[in-house]
Structure formats: C-alpha cells, structure tokens
Design a protein around this ligand. Structure first.
Ligand SMILES: Cc1cc2nc3c(=O)[nH]c(=O)nc-3n(C[C@H](O)[C@H](O)[C@H](O)COP(=O)(O)OP(=O)(O)OC[C@H]3O[C@@H](n4cnc5c(N)ncnc54)[C@H](O)[C@@H]3O)c2cc1C
Length: 452
C-alpha cells in the first residue's frame, strides 16, 4: 500500500510563481512540498524571459556603442553570444536551485503532479495530502494557431527560439507581440535573415500606437521585414525550408518560429477530479482562490490574469499570505500591470493606454514628450529616440497610464508604477524632483507639457 504524506501546502509547478509561493509559505512556518516535472525555475528561467534577454543584450550593447561614439570597433560573435546565453540558463541544469529549496526545508517531488480529489496530489507512486492548500502554478506553453501545415512543419516555439545552438540562416517569426518582436530582433542581430508576420495592422497591438510604430521602425532599420495585416493561408515544408503562404504572396525560410499566444498547462492535471474542466485557464478570485474550493489556488500564467513573471510572483505573495491567514487581495495585476518589451527601442508601459482609458469612460488626456529630450539622454548618444506619454485622468488629477519608448526605458518605469498604484495627485507629483542629468527628467518635461 502506498503511504500518503501530508504537508500544509503543496505547490504544483516550480516556475517563478510556484517558487515564490513555496518560499513564502515555508518562511511563514508551513511544511511545504513542491512538485516539478521539468526544471526548477520554469519556462521563464530557461526558455523565456532569461534567454531572450541574454540573446538581445549583445545587439543592444553594440547599438549603444555605435550611438555613443568614442569607442572603436565592435562586432558580435554569434557563437560567443549563444555561449553566454547558455551560461544565463545554466545549460538547462537546475542544480543551482536545489540549495534554495533545501535551506527552506521544502520537499521536492520530481515528476508530473496531478490532482486526485480534494486536497490530494499524485506524483508517480507518491500520494500527497495538503492540510491547508494546493497551489496550481503550472504555467503555459506555446499555442499553435490552426494554420494548415503548421504543425507538420515542426516549427520552433519559444523553447527552440530561445535555446537553439545555431543561428538559422533565415527565420519567419509568426506573431508580432512582445515575444515575436524580441526574438525577431535577437536572431536578426545574431545574423539571421528575419521576416516578422503579424495579423493585426500593427505589432504590439495592445500598446500605444506610437510604440508599435517606433518598434516596427527599429526592427526594419535592423533589416527585419515586418509584415503587418498579413493573412497567412498555410505552411508548406519544402525539405530544408518552410514556406508561409500569405494571401498576397509567400515567404520561405529555414525555420518558422511561432510566437502567437499561449495555452494553459492544465490538460493532464486531474482538474476533473475536483469538478473543473481540464485544458482551460483556471479561474480565480482576487485571493487567487478557485471559487467554491477554499483549499485550491492558481497563480501565475495558468490563471490568465497577466502572463508576466512579475505578475505571477506578485500573485504568489498574495496567495501565500492568504493561506497564512492574512487579509490581502490582488489588486494590481489585472488592469495594465507593468510590462516591458525589450526591443530597441524598448517599450515600458504600465496602466492604461489612452484608447483603453477612454473606452472606460475616463476623461483622459495624453501628454507626450521625446524620451531623449533631456540632458541625461545625451549620454546615450544620437538615435536613442522614442516617445514618452502620460495618460491623465482629468477628473481625478492622477496618472492612469504611462508609456516610455526609448533606450532601456524599463529602468524608468517604476516611478510611473508607484504614481499610478498610489494614485499620487499630479499637484503633489510636481514636487518629486528628478535628478540632473538623468533621464528621469523626462518626468519634468511630461508634467510641464501638462501645464504644471
Ligand atoms: C520568449 C518569452 C519571453 C518572455 N519574457 C518575459 C519577460 O521578459 N518578462 C516577463 O515578466 N515575462 C516574460 N515572459 C512570460 C513569462 O515567461 C511567464 O509569465 C512566466 O514564465 C510564468 O510563470 P509561471 O510560474 O506561471 O509558469 P512557468 O514559468 O511556465 O512554470 C511552470 C512550471 O510548472 C511545471 N509544470 C507544469 N505542469 C506540471 C505538472 N503537472 N506537475 C509538475 N510540474 C508541472 C513546468 O514544468 C514549469 O516548470 C516571456 C515569455 C516568453 C515565451
């Protein structure tokens, strides 16, 4: 007979969300088990956020060297860049994560876990019982659009698109969201001939239109052919190449990379044993709890609230605190959480776009300035342009959205996140002095543009 082991909490999936929840629960004094079927650190550490940024970094740095002037030479060695990427993803080995779990006394079960009724989890032959809570943090995987011939052509997903050991001669990137734009830029910079294909009439369709235009221009400047409003009909594998047939022509390349959305990893999770439909997103309330099941939580990508690592980590903290008996709720991950597309120019945004604010009936006004229109930016060289925008709720006198396009604007974003989260009145914000000569002075010019 198989013995059932009891824990206070069981976390399914050790991506960023699962890890943070497990750590916080164990630091809160609970006896915690984590179940992981692949690598501790999840998609983010090995096949998503970390490798994509490692692939982008050499090109970004080279661009800066060229812009700033006064530095001699500079070229990318693709082999060395891929080797550095491998270092960043620890050669797909999660051994360095084990001490972190051990130090916290978190029990690790390697294998695919599935729910086996209320509070019960099965991992291979092991049966686990949760006294307080089960947290599902199993994340997402790439969704393949239903395009004839696509699956047969064995396209790259984010997995191959971030870990490939060689630069393909040519690449078609299907999808012009943040992942598609970042990977198109990365592989182009490393030497591939790249076509980026987007169905909508602009890349980064949920961001401000000027952000889409400036990123598309940046990609085109690098030699990426950006096709927007494209109508893919089918894919044909032709020996060593694959062809994407569009309504008005075709593109052929060595490889196709699909970056067209995500689907939840909930198919083989035993959700049916607790009365939930398998395969879908797991709906939760603001305590990250599945309605009607006070012991079951879902955090990170799998609940579809915001498919971003930092949003998952935020939810993990909230869920853990709720399980530890605190009266907290998630309030900041649904409405425009902070987000960065790490292209050059970079797009850093938080809160609502102007259109989204107006659609909600907010009396919104936008103020725009050049991101590089301040002394601090001069040190970043010529050509590090972009637009910065604040979206202001005129009725309440507060900021409800901010977008900064330009070089490494992600590092400028947090001030906007604080202002929006704390609902700082603009009349008060004018007293937040930005140091000279830093790029933070963009705030000074934005508020001046508003009339303060
Ligand atoms: C190319 C790319 C770049 C990205 N860049 C960024 C970025 O720069 N910043 C950002 O914020 N977000 C980025 N994202 C999004 C980010 O990767 C996800 O939001 C994040 O990984 C979600 O974390 P998670 O913990 O919910 O799930 P995941 O990271 O997917 O982890 C889930 C874990 O659960 C495990 N698992 C699944 N099923 C089971 C099971 N049945 N039993 C046991 N274990 C299981 C998986 O093996 C995995 O380790 C990017 C995504 C992609 C694709």
């Amino acid at each position: 007979m198989v013995a059932t082991r009891e824990f206070d909490a069981i976390v399914l999936g050790a991506g960023p969300a699962g890890e943070v929840a497990a750590g916080r629960l164990s630091e809160g004094g609970l006896d915690v088990a984590v179940v992981e079927r692949e690598l501790i650190g999840g998609e983010c550490s090995y096949y998503a956020c970390m490798p994509s940024k490692a692939l982008l970094r050499p090109g970004e740095l080279l661009g800066e060297v060229r812009r700033v002037g006064g530095l001699v030479g500079g070229a990318i060695d693709p082999g060395a860049a891929l080797a550095r990427r491998d270092e960043v993803i620890h050669d797909l080995d999660d051994g360095s994560m084990l001490p972190w779990l051990e130090e916290r006394g978190i029990a690790l079960y390697r294998g695919a876990g599935r729910l086996a009724g209320e509070r019960r989890v099965q991992v291979g032959d092991d049966e686990l019982l949760a006294r307080r809570a089960v947290i599902v943090a199993t994340g997402t995987q790439a969704a393949l659009p239903p395009l004839e011939g696509l699956a047969e052509a064995e396209p790259w997903t984010n997995r191959e698109g971030t870990t490939a050991g060689e630069v393909p001669a040519s690449l078609i990137v299907l999808g012009g969201g943040p992942v598609g734009c970042e990977l198109a830029q990365a592989w182009r910079t490393l030497g591939a001939d790249v076509d980026l294909v987007e169905l909508a009439d602009r890349v980064l369709a949920s961001e401000e239109p000027f952000a889409s235009a400036q990123v598309a221009a940046g990609l085109r400047e690098r030699g990426v052919r950006v096709h927007t409003g494209a109508e893919p009909q089918r894919v044909e594998r032709r020996g060593e190449t694959a062809a994407l047939v569009l309504a008005d022509g075709e593109i052929e390349a060595e490889q196709i990379l699909v970056a067209a959305g995500r689907r939840p990893r909930t198919e083989h999770l035993g959700l049916e044993t607790v009365g939930l439909a398998p395969g879908g997103w797991i709906e939760v309330d603001d305590a990250l709890r599945v309605p009607g099941r006070e012991w079951l939580y879902a955090i990170g990508d799998v609940n579809h609230r915001a498919l971003l690592t930092h949003a998952g980590k935020y939810q993990a903290r909230i869920a853990a605190d709720v399980i530890l008996g605190k009266d907290v709720r998630a309030t900041a991950d649904l409405d425009g959480p902070p987000r960065v597309t790490f292209t050059d120019p970079e797009v850093a945004a938080v809160g609502l776009t102007l259109d989204a604010a107006r659609e909600r009936g907010i009396d919104a006004r936008a103020v725009d300035v050049a991101t590089s229109g301040n002394a601090g930016s001069s040190f970043y060289g010529r050509g590090a342009e972009g637009t910065s925008r604040l979206v202001i709720d005129e009725g309440r006198g507060v900021i409800v959205g901010a977008t900064f396009v330009g070089f490494q604007t992600g590092e400028l974003l947090h001030a906007a996140t604080v202002a929006i989260t704390a609902e700082v009145p603009l009349e008060r914000l004018r007293h937040a002095i930005a140091p000279f000569p830093t790029r933070n002075e963009v705030w000074l010019y934005l508020l001046e543009e508003y009339g303060l």
